[in-house]
Each structure stands twice: as structure tokens, then as C-alpha cells.
Design a protein around this ligand. Structure first.
Ligand code: HEM
Length: 624
């Protein structure tokens, strides 16, 4: 293997690695990579995606910034243009985002679950675990001397905590190459995360090869390991008490997924979608084995993984995002293709990286997260509801009392929270549920805005729309009058407005439902993915590329089809399941929803005959 410096991407010697070993920084600061082979498919660790820069695309590699960072002295958050401190994050949150429960009549909770699942693909938990588990003391005396501690003050007249007396919300700085010790501390902090920056179903397959081999692969029929309990198919579970499912209510709730990454044991939404994609892998491998009885385990596994990743991207780009962004907007901006043929936009000079702004602005979706999950039965009858925050790190809940059936049914029947200027009280007051006494995720979002050193909102407006905003009056048409009033009251000058505060208050874009600056910064990354990912599924000339008829099959898959294939008790569903059912989107039998035809993967060298492994998965599905 060759060694690369994870920050610079340059090759380093064994001697350099030994220095990192001594400083205990090898895990974060060094990428160990087998030499690249240009005909090889996508590696699970993201390496060799760019053949000239083999470590780019791997874990622990740097983000790009769309605009350079701005900080005050010592990389503390910037001040206002007059030199005063910016308003407190919690104060801004309470003034700009109201609290309440208003359901959407358009989008379902399934859409929100899919959003968070796709976010988890490229992020990692350590910035949150940092303050929940390792540094829960930032609001105490001890926190005052810990450089990583940056708790959020709660003002005396806070609408909620004037009554509780709580004056502080625990929080830590984002980890960076500097804080971890890969780069000198006197340089601009560069964020470090442990996911690959590529959209490659990391929640399912992980970010490194050894956990995939040990925890996921069955080494038979291209399948991933599963367990059957009460007729349901689950990812494998920890046999001893795992340290992730803290909130399992024992002794009744015991299940905790043993998958290559722990992301699947975290938020309820991520967990549900992860279970579906885990099963979907086996669904695909089984169908492939039926048409290609001569294929070996490796070939079945890699092809099923490639199809599974392609399906996840097809649903993200062509189904989820268009309902929020507008299909025409995305097509005009070249993010999706109206015709649906091959697309080859690969450019090896654009490295597989995430913009720092992309996952940051995705936090805007917190504002449409409903605080409760509604449970429905197969006939669509509402049964009960449950606070979603109480399900974080509680995989065991899904496996008892038919909860996974009812949550699945609820996901495409319950509306998300409405896109407005109102966030759910569960999100703003107890976002971490029992894991932390008080937490306001939306305040943290604004506070993190400053610790990432993002330039002011008006500079991003200029970046996106090439128009300079010079005064609060220039915000007319972009933000409603009443919100301009509040911004004027909160910020001394228009150029002080934080990026996220601007996004929170913008009016929705034409032809879509989201703030225009949110759209712009997400779109930038969606394009970057297509330009920089050599294994992008729409490319005709990547290693093991889909043929035209195969790509056409991938394009048929929808989230509704996937739930019909692997969702518990789903026999009827609306075709556009990210949207609420109604007159134009009626709930109907699964048999009316298009499915993939796997015969396009038929390998003529196999001859005819039934698959040798197909029965492994099918027997169980039939039982359900
Ligand atoms: C039950 C619902 C949810 C909970 C409890 C939750 C909780 C959290 C927490 C605690 C953080 C870290 C805040 C910090 O930086 O201190 C976070 C970050 C984030 N959340 Fe959520 N979230 C939820 C739903 C969602 C949804 C639906 C999305 C959809 C896009 C989402 C996307 C993100 C993103 C992109 C980040 C930034 C993570 C990073 O940069 O490391 N979350 N969330």
C-alpha cells in the first residue's frame, strides 16, 4: 500500500507515518491506499476515484470552500462590521424562527427521512458525539478552560428559558485538521469528517473496506448478512450490548444494527431508510442471481452495490429534489436530464470533494422536521404517535410491537412540517431528546455557521445571483417585509447578516419551495458530484458502466417501488410517495408501480437456468 497525507493529498513515506503513529494521529491524518487500477469499480473507501490524486474522495480529506473563510482574531467568529459582537445565536433563532406545529399538505415525512439519509452519507457524528458524550460540561466551570467548548448563551428574556432558569446550551467547535493535529494550529481551521465525500451509500457499505468485509458481506450469492425475526428481515445485530443504541428500553428492546457504520443506529429517519437499502441490496443480488446463475459472489455483490448506489442517486436527483426545487429549475441548471439518457460530465481536474457550504445549508431541513412520528396500520388508520427525538440511538424500538410496519406506513402518510418560518418545538427545545437536558438544534445551526467562518449572507447572494445587496432596502422582493424588519432590528448593517439567517428568512424560489440561496449552494454540490465522481452512475464509459437499457431500468425506480419491494407491509402506496396522497397521487396497488427488469443484466455466457442463491432471500419475502 501507499501512504498519503490526508490533508494535502501528497504521498508520504513510512518514516512520516511512524511520526504520526507516535503522535497517535495516523487514523485521521494518513490514508493508506492500495495502488490504483483504472479498470476497477468504485472502492468503498473512495480512494482512486481520481486517478491522479488517489486519496481524494477518501475519508478524512478536506472540503472546498465556495467563498474564503472570515474569522476574527485566533479564528474566533467574525464580529459585526462595526466591531461589536454579532447577536447571540439563540436570540436570533427565537426572533427569526417561531415555534409551533404546522403540517405540510404537500410533502411527506418520507421526504424528510430521505433527506437526512442522504446527508448522513457524507458526514459523521463526531461533532455531535463530541458534546454529548466527551464534553458534556461546556456549560460548567470546566468548560471555561476547554478551548473546544463554545456553548450558546441563552438570554435572560428567552421566551422559554426565562421560566426554566437555564442560561446555556452545550456545544463544541467543529473538529478540524488543526484540532486533530494533522495541520498546524495557526492556519484557518479546515473541517474533518470520517465519511467519504462521495455519494456512495456510506451508511450501508461504510467508508472502509475491513468493516464491510467483517460486518456486511455474507460471501454467498452477493448478499449482505441478515437476520430474520418474526418474519422480518433485519441487518445483523450486536450480540453483546452495543455502545450506540443507548436508548433501547431494555429488556424489551435489544436490537442494535451491526453494520459497517453506526449511522444506521442514530436518527430514526436514517435508520428506516438504511434498513430499506440494506434489504434492497439483497433484493437486487437475488434478482441478478436469477438471471445470471453462473455469477460468483464477488460479481453479484459488486453489481448489486453499484445498482443500489445508482438507485439511491436516481431517487435523490430525479425524485426527491425536483419536488422541492422544481423539475424545470433543475433541468435548466443542468443537474438533471429531461430525456434520461447517458450523461458524461466527468472532469478529472475537479476533485471529489464536498463544499463546506453543502452539508451546512442542508441543516435548513431541520425547519421542516416534524417532532413526532405518526404510526399507521396497513389500511392507513392512524394508531398513535411518538416523539422522534426519543428514537435517536434506539434501534430496538423498531423491532417491537410491529413498530417498523406502522412507522413505514406512517412515513408516506404523515405530512412533514410545513415550509414556513416555524420550527417544531421538539427540534428547538429538545433536539437531542434524553441525550441532553436542553438542546436547540436550530440555534446550534446558526452558531456553527460562525465557527465554520462563512462569509455574510450578502456575499453568498452575490456569489449565487451576481447582484450586490448594499442596504436592508435591497432585500425587498427577496425577503418578506416583516422579516426584513426583524433583520434590521437584529443586525446593525445588512452585511452583518449570517448566511443561515438569510436562508431562513428568504422567500421561496420561483418554481420551487426552497430558499433560493439554499438551492444555489445545494445545486453547486450536486453538479460537483457529477463532474468529480469518475464512477457516476449516468456515465457510459466508467469501469463496469451500465448499458443503455440497464440505465433505463435504474431510471424506473421510485421510492414507492422500493417500499413495495422491501418495505414492511407495503402493498398499497401513492406513486409519488414523497408527496402526500390525493386526487392526482392516489394510493393504489403496488402492482401498478413500475419496477426494474433485471433481464437487462443477463449475461449470455451463463446460459439459461434458475439462480442458485435466489431462494435465500425470496423464502423470507414470501413469508411476509
Ligand atoms: C429527528 C430529527 C433530527 C435530529 C434529532 C437532528 C439532530 C442534529 C444534530 C444534533 C445536529 C448537530 C448540530 C450541531 O452542529 O451541533 C445535526 C446536524 C445536521 N443535521 Fe440534523 N437532525 C434531525 C433531522 C435532520 C434532517 C431531516 C436533515 C435533513 C437534511 C438533517 C441534516 C443535518 C445536517 C446536514 C447536519 C450537519 C451535520 C454536520 O455538518 O456534521 N437533520 N442534526
Amino acid at each position: 500500500a501507499l501512504f498519503y497525507d490526508s490533508y494535502s493529498g501528497t504521498e508520504i513515506t513510512r518514516e512520516d507515518v511512524k511520526k504520526h503513529d507516535k503522535a497517535n494521529t495516523t487514523f485521521w491524518c494518513v490514508n493508506e491506499i492500495e495502488p490504483c487500477n483504472s479498470t476497477e469499480g468504485r472502492r468503498v473507501d473512495g480512494s482512486c476515484n481520481n486517478l491522479k490524486h488517489p486519496s481524494r474522495g477518501a475519508t478524512h480529506t478536506p472540503f472546498v470552500r465556495l467563498l474564503p473563510a472570515v474569522f476574527d482574531k485566533n479564528f474566533e467568529p467574525r464580529k459585526s462590521s462595526s466591531g461589536n459582537d454579532l447577536p447571540l445565536a439563540r436570540y436570533l433563532r427565537t426572533r427569526l424562527i417561531s415555534v409551533g406545529k404546522v403540517p405540510s399538505t404537500i410533502f411527506t415525512m418520507l421526504a424528510v427521512h430521505y433527506f437526512v439519509f442522504m446527508s448522513a452519507d457524507v458526514l459523521s457524528l463526531h461533532d455531535t458525539v463530541n458534546y454529548i458524550q466527551w464534553k458534556p460540561y461546556c456549560c460548567t466551570e470546566k468548560g471555561k478552560t476547554d478551548h473546544m467548548c463554545v456553548p450558546n448563551k441563552i438570554p435572560e428574556d428567552d421566551p422559554v428559558h426565562r421560566f426554566s432558569g437555564i442560561r446555556c446550551l452545550n456545544m463544541t467547535r467543529p473538529e478540524s485538521f488543526q484540532s486533530i493535529g494533522c495541520v498546524k494550529n495557526n492556519t484557518v481551521p479546515d473541517r474533518i469528517v470520517s465519511s467519504t465525500p462521495l455519494l456512495d451509500l456510506s451508511v450501508i457499505y461504510g467508508n472502509l473496506l475491513p468493516p464491510l468485509l467483517q460486518k456486511a458481506r455474507l460471501f454467498t450469492g452477493g448478499l449482505v448478512k441478515t437476520e430474520i425475526e418474526e418474519g422480518r428481515i433485519w441487518p445483523p445485530s450486536y450480540k453483546t450490548q452495543a455502545n450506540v443504541c443507548f436508548l433501547n428500553q431494555r429488556p424489551k428492546e435489544t436490537r442494535c444494527h451491526q453494520m459497517p457504520e453506526d449511522g444506521s443506529n442514530t436518527l430514526a429517519g436514517i435508520n428506516l431508510v438504511a434498513i430499506w437499502f440494506w434489504r434492497y441490496h439483497n433484493f437486487i443480488a437475488t434478482e441478478l442471481a436469477k438471471v445470471n446463475p453462473c455469477w460468483e459472489d464477488d460479481k453479484l455483490f459488486e453489481t448489486a452495490r453499484d445498482i443500489n448506489i445508482a438507485v439511491s442517486l436516481q431517487i435523490y436527483y430525479y425524485e426527491l429534489l425536483p419536488v422541492f426545487f422544481g423539475f424545470d429549475n433543475m433541468a435548466e441548471d443542468g443537474v438533471i436530464d429531461r430525456v434520461g439518457g447517458f450523461r458524461d460530465l466527468y472532469n478529472e481536474t475537479i476533485l471529489p470533494q464536498l463544499s463546506l457550504e453543502y452539508p451546512f445549508v442542508l441543516r435548513w431541513v431541520h425547519n421542516i422536521q416534524d417532532g413526532t412520528l405518526k404510526l399507521h396500520d396497513e389500511e392507513g388508520q392512524y394508531l398513535r404517535q411518538f416523539p422522534i427525538m426519543n428514537l435517536t440511538m434506539r434501534t430496538g424500538f423498531l423491532a417491537v410491537d410491529n413498530n417498523i410496519d406502522y412507522l413505514t406506513q406512517g412515513s408516506f402518510r404523515q405530512g412533514s412540517a410545513k415550509i414556513d418560518y416555524i420550527a417544531d418545538p421538539e427540534v428547538t427545545e429538545r433536539g437531542l431528546g434524553p441525550h441532553q437536558k436542553v438542546s436547540d438544534i436550530v440555534t446550534n445551526d446558526l452558531s456553527k455557521n460562525r465557527y465554520f467562518g462563512f462569509q455574510p449572507y450578502v456575499n453568498y447572494r452575490q456569489f449565487c445571483f451576481n447582484k450586490r445587496i448594499k442596504s436592508f432596502d435591497d432585500l425587498h422582493g427577496i425577503i418578506d417585509e416583516e422579516r426584513i424588519e426583524v433583520l434590521r432590528e437584529m443586525y446593525e448593517r445588512v452585511e452583518d447578516i449570517d448566511l443561515l439567517a438569510g436562508i431562513w428568512t428568504e422567500k421561496p424560489m420561483r418554481g420551487g419551495f426552497v430558499p433560493p440561496t439554499f438551492y444555489c449552494l445545494v445545486i453547486d454540490q450536486l453538479k460537483r458530484n457529477m463532474y468529480s465522481d469518475r464512477h457516476w452512475y449516468e456515465r457510459p464509459n466508467r469501469p463496469n458502466a451500465f448499458t443503455f437499457p440497464q440505465l433505463a431500468q435504474i431510471r424506473k425506480v421510485t421510492i414507492a417501488r422500493m417500499l413495495c419491494d422491501v418495505g414492511d407491509t407495503v402493498k398499497r402506496i401513492q406513486p409519488h410517495a414523497f408527496l402526500k396522497a390525493g386526487f392526482k397521487n392516489p394510493i393504489g396497488d403496488c402492482k401498478h408501480i413500475m419496477s426494474m427488469d433485471f433481464s437487462t443484466w443477463k449475461d449470455d455466457s451463463c446460459g439459461a437456468g434458475g439462480g442458485s442463491f435466489a431462494h435465500l432471500f425470496e423464502q423470507v419475502v414470501e413469508k411476509r
